[in-house]
Design a protein. Structure first.
Length: 319
């Protein structure tokens, strides 16, 4: 029996509440091992409304995660390099709006930095002094390791003090690399936990984060565009904006399209055409350096209609 203010409480109701030796109260924990906490209710009329902030209005929100998805040859890395170049110089987005100039951080697990990434950025007119490559990380003992986005993203905010201006864009290619070693990219809970440090980073410094995602290899009739993003549904449910890229199989222009599939506080559909031009930098052997040339006019139409057209399931031209 336990006595509390003169009230007798049977032991079966207090099992685990008190240490059996000291009789001190034991901190109760939930199934995750975290201490129990009382819920706090905040009434909606006391919450101030916030203004939506954008890196690229109606396409890429600031302080949030965006993914750009497509097949392996669609040109996803070319597009993010073009966006990085525009932001690094405060240039114009495809719709003619002016970008906020700021620093860009890039981690790429698929492109060689010196052979492909930097020459591509240079060809696109990027201010390379405003672009940082995440290639390595230093331990407390001073040992250099390869940067691992699954473990080091949470430490990025701590090094922001070494950057003279604000970081406005972080690019992760591919986004699936944020999964912890052995993590299952098809399990929703696992993916959501892995993406949380990225969401915290974006919100903490107000930067847009753009991750590259792949499409599943096989297309089946009736399959939704969102379901074509490889892995768990969390890869397209967690991001607040989902853009897709498609290469036109028709023997006509435009060569490729960037389609707005999903966007927070916005309308899906439409997008912009672009082409990839292979040029050679002065003094280099003709290995070819790719440049992105954006179409002048926006595309109209639903995401499904635009994809059906570029993938040959519709003959309607969307120019």
């Amino acid at each position: 029996m336990n006595m509390n203010s003169g009230v007798v409480i049977p032991d079966e109701f207090t099992e685990g509440w008190f240490d059996k030796t000291t009789r001190d109260p034991v901190e109760k924990k939930d199934s995750r091992g975290a201490p129990y906490a009382d819920p706090i209710i905040t009434w909606a009329d006391t919450i101030p409304q916030e203004e939506m902030k954008w890196l690229w209005k109606d396409f890429i929100p600031s302080a949030m995660l965006t993914i750009i998805a497509g097949n392996s040859t669609a040109g996803k890395n070319h597009v993010v390099c073009s966006l990085a170049s525009i932001v690094s110089t405060g240039g114009l987005f495809p719709d003619g709006s002016r970008a906020e100039q700021g620093y860009v951080l890039i981690w790429s697990g698929e492109e060689n930095t010196g052979l492909t990434l930097v020459p591509r950025l240079k060809k696109m007119g990027a201010d390379l002094k405003h672009i940082g490559i995440l290639g390595a990380a230093r331990t407390e003992e001073g040992k250099l390791l390869s940067f691992d986005p699954s473990t080091e993203i949470c430490r990025l905010e701590g090094v922001m003090k070494n950057i003279p201006e604000r970081v406005v864009l972080l690019i992760i290619d591919p986004l699936v690399a944020t999964l912890a070693a052995g993590g299952d990219g098809h399990k929703d809970a696992t993916v959501r936990r892995s993406l949380q440090p990225i969401l915290d980073f974006a919100e903490g410094i107000g930067a847009a984060v753009v991750g590259i995602a792949h499409f599943v290899k096989a297309y089946s009739k009736g399959q939704t565009l969102l379901s074509r993003v490889s892995g768990s549904l969390a890869f397209h449910a967690v991001p607040r904006s989902v853009l897709v890229i498609s290469k036109n199989v028709n023997d006509e222009e435009p060569e490729r399209v960037l389609i707005k599939l999903k966007v927070i506080n916005g309308i899906e559909g439409g997008g912009f055409s672009f082409s990839i031009r292979e040029d050679v930098l002065e003094g280099q052997s003709p290995t070819g350096v790719a440049n992105v040339v954006w179409g002048k006019d926006p595309l109209t139409g639903s995401p499904d209609d635009l994809m059906d057209w570029t993938e040959g399931r519709s003959t309607q031209n969307k120019d």
